[in-house]
Write a protein that binds this ligand. Structure first.
Ligand SMILES: *Cc1c(COP(=O)(O)O)cnc(C)c1O
Length: 363
């Protein structure tokens, strides 16, 4: 197989050893004579997978028994509806910070459930920064934030001190760094960016926050139903959960979040140093809010687009075309992307500058 440097924004790169082990499980799991895909989710083998995955999440994040971990279907987008359904208390409002496309979608869904107060937004500058210094209303049900804005390339490098429970969409930077996770009431993340395969969404919730809305809910939308069912109220997405487990084991084996944070910092530093040095490129976001997961950037001479595209494609790089809302480029550097892949991109950027910086000719 021809290996590419996969900078895709999601579904995204996974560790090679995870893919290898997962492919083996498709053929036969645990000497059971069966594929993981063929066995009952109520059988011992899969129950072990689920229990191990739920426990490992808490272990990696340093969370205690006041939190519950769920693996659900429906993508992170389903959480845009489940969060307000379960946490928005009747007669109160919910506070949201609008930092981009995903936050806007979360706001839209929450408005169908109750009163929503957008307390800060970076829409005035095309979501190119993280709003700061806003006041969090103490009488709201919860505060909703998005830790990493996958499309606009911004990331929260610190989190607000909040008088109310904080809910965070961590879909695109989950397990990428050390964070005091106990500051959060609820965290959710679709698996396909940084922890596994599409189809599973991880939800971590402080159990004491639940059961307070007085709202009647569909069973499938009710966190308490899923907690009672030990994340198997219905048939869970078995294969993406297994891949998430393997990725978490890979993280743990290598040194957990302390290790991956160091690796991710090295990659970001290498890339951003080149971005800031190179006259043919410019970032799209406020420097202090740049995402280490999804750096976004533009050519200073857009007429050179075709030449640049040709160069990175020839170097075996894939997936750096920017999101249609931002244009330009986005080099997603999730956990499984190696420093070597970033070096390859940086080398291409250097080579590109050498060749075209002084060129009067266009493409
Ligand atoms: C990708 C993404 C989503 C949407 O995830 P789905 O699993 O496709 O529903 C939500 N929030 C963020 C921050 C994302 O990056």
């Amino acid at each position: 197989m021809k290996k590419v440097h996969n900078f895709s924004a999601g579904p995204a790169i996974l560790p090679a050893e995870v893919l290898k082990e997962a492919s083996q499980a498709v053929i036969e799991f645990n000497n059971s004579g069966m594929s993981l895909l063929e066995m009952s989710h109520r059988g011992k083998d899969f129950i072990n997978v689920m229990e191990e995955a739920r426990a490992l999440v808490k272990e990696l994040m340093g969370l205690g028994n006041d939190y519950q971990v769920l693996f659900l279907g429906g993508g992170a987008s389903m959480q845009f509806a489940m969060v307000p359904s379960n946490l928005l208390i009747a007669g109160k409002s919910a506070a949201y910070v609008n930092t981009g496309v995903w936050a806007s979608k979360a706001i839209k869904e929450a408005k169908l459930v109750g009163d929503v107060n957008v307390i800060a937004s970076s829409e005035d500058k095309k979501f190119s920064y993280i709003p700061k210094g806003y006041t969090i209303p103490a009488d709201s049900s919860y505060l909703h934030i998005t830790s990493n804005n996958t499309i606009y390339g911004t990331q929260m490098h610190s989190f607000p001190d909040s008088p109310i429970p904080v809910v965070c969409d961590m879909s695109s930077d989950i397990f990428s760094r050390r964070v005091d996770f106990s500051k959060f009431g609820l965290i959710y993340a679709g698996a396909q960016k940084n922890m596994g395969a599409a189809g599973a969404t991880m939800v971590i919730v402080k159990e004491s926050l639940l059961g307070k809305t007085g709202r009647k809910m569909f069973s499938m939308l009710d966190y308490q139903v899923h907690i009672k069912g030990e994340s198997m109220f219905n048939t869970p997405p078995v294969f993406p959960i297994y891949i998430s487990l393997l990725t978490m084991k890979w993280l743990k084996k290598n040194g957990g979040l302390t290790w991956i944070e160091k690796v991710n910092n090295e990659k970001a530093e290498l890339f951003f140093n080149e971005l800031d040095r190179n006259s043919l490129f410019t970032g799209t976001c406020a420097k202090e809010d740049r995402s280490k997961m999804n750096p976004t950037f533009l050519l200073t001479k857009p007429e050179l687009e075709e030449s640049f595209n040709k160069m990175w494609k020839e170097a075996g790089i894939d997936g750096i075309k920017g999101h249609r809302d931002v244009g330009g480029y986005r080099a997603s550097m999730y956990n499984a992307l190696t420093l070597d892949s970033v070096k390859t991109l940086v080398d291409v950027m250097k080579e590109f500058e050498k060749k075209y910086a002084d060129a009067k000719v266009t493409a």
